[in-house]
Ligand binder design. Structure first.
Ligand code: CP
Length: 356
């Protein structure tokens, strides 16, 4: 059963397997699905720049026989006149059958889901989550490695701000025997809550500071961009820029059947000479992403039940402590939290704080 797709954690293991299986079937026989969404409309609401996510959603719907509407620059919509997410979603969900959105604030997709009468798919909410990139990555690994378990997965670069890294670890830690090799500087290390996920799932992980040192042990290398736009100052970005670069020399230390993934866009963290190596699959990965999104659109439209979190909600008007949370800009949103022992977890961005 698929509802809104805000966080892959909300999907069951069998949902995830079904998406991977369906993406595989579509890839093998696209003609069979070319009319599957005839008469259905996808809206893409992108409040932040995107090439792959937005266009692969659009092509996914077009290849399923459906149509698309939307914006890729909110300043060309009534957002420029101050329209809230709530009002935009209430309007667009009257026009479209499904909405894919990206927004710079953490928890924005969850906020949109409160006001939508059609499924919302999170195409990235600030530095928080990017579930359809993870589906892309999982479909890529399934095809390129032939398995999703017992993999040594190296993740390199901006592990602090990289939402794709957080989502991928959360998902791959459900599969048996995966080990994570976390390659970053101290400043860009993985957040504690992701370490908690790995500890809870009993997945092994190690933290290293050298890409060359990690290379020989990897089955998969997931490179990431240093996310300039998420740094508080330019000086702090410059201090991290160019620390990890995959070039031919480092690649020569990798296994023969290593696969190199990158959510893209890249800046300087993979040199162009690596692109022609058969182990580099990051351009193919973007194509797998289109098939993953075709499968997701089909399954979401087939069985849309618009429920989401059904546990106990606590309203705490002191609000969320995460300054990047959507509740600070869309101030009408109810301040909803889930209880975790002494802690309260924001229902939008998952930031935790001590309860009163
Ligand atoms: N991987 C990814 O999210 O790319 P875009 O920002 O181009 O959508």
């Amino acid at each position: 059963m698929l509802n809104h797709i805000i966080d892959l954690e909300e999907l069951s293991f069998s949902d995830l397997q079904e998406i991977v299986r369906l993406a595989d079937k579509i890839m093998k026989n696209p003609k069979e699905y070319s009319e599957a969404c005839r008469g259905r409309i996808l809206a893409t609401l992108f409040y932040e720049p995107s090439t792959r996510t937005q266009m692969s959603f659009q092509t996914a719907m077009l290849r399923l026989g459906g149509q698309t509407i939307g914006f890729d620059n909110p300043m060309n919509s009534s957002v420029a006149k101050g329209e809230t997410i709530k009002d935009t979603i209430k309007i667009v969900s009257g026009y479209a059958d499904i909405i894919a959105m990206r927004h710079p604030s953490e928890g924005s997709a969850k906020a949109a889901s409160l006001y939508s009468s059609v499924p919302i798919i999170n195409g990235g909410d600030g530095g928080h989550l990017h579930p359809t990139q993870t589906l892309t990555d999982v479909v890529t690994l399934h095809h390129e490695k032939g398995r999703l378990n017992h993999l040594n997965i190296g993740l390199c670069g901006d592990l602090k701000n990289g939402r794709t890294v957080h989502s991928l670890i959360k998902t791959m830690s459900h599969f048996e025997g995966n080990k994570f090799i976390l390659i970053s500087t101290k400043e860009l290390g993985i957040p504690q809550y992701i370490k908690d996920v790995m500890n809870r799932s009993c997945c092994e992980y190690i933290e290293v500071k050298s890409l060359a040192e990690a290379m020989p042990m990897l089955d998969v290398l997931y490179m990431t961009r240093i996310q300039r736009e998420r740094f508080p100052s330019e000086e702090e970005y410059i201090a991290q820029q160019g620390v990890f670069v995959l070039d031919k020399e480092k690649l020569s230390l990798g296994k023969k059947d290593l696969k190199i993934l990158h959510p893209l866009p890249r800046v300087d963290e993979i040199t162009n000479e690596v692109d022609n190596d058969p182990r580099a699959v990051y351009f193919k990965q973007a194509v797998y992403g289109m098939y993953a999104r075709m499968a997701l659109i089909l399954l979401t439209l087939q069985d849309a039940k618009y429920t989401y979190y059904t546990g106990k909600t606590i309203i705490d008007n002191t609000g969320c402590t995460n300054s990047r949370c959507i509740t600070h800009t869309e101030t009408y949103l109810p301040r909803k939290f889930k209880a975790h022992g002494d802690l309260l977890e924001c229902e939008y961005c998952d930031a935790r704080k001590l309860g009163q």
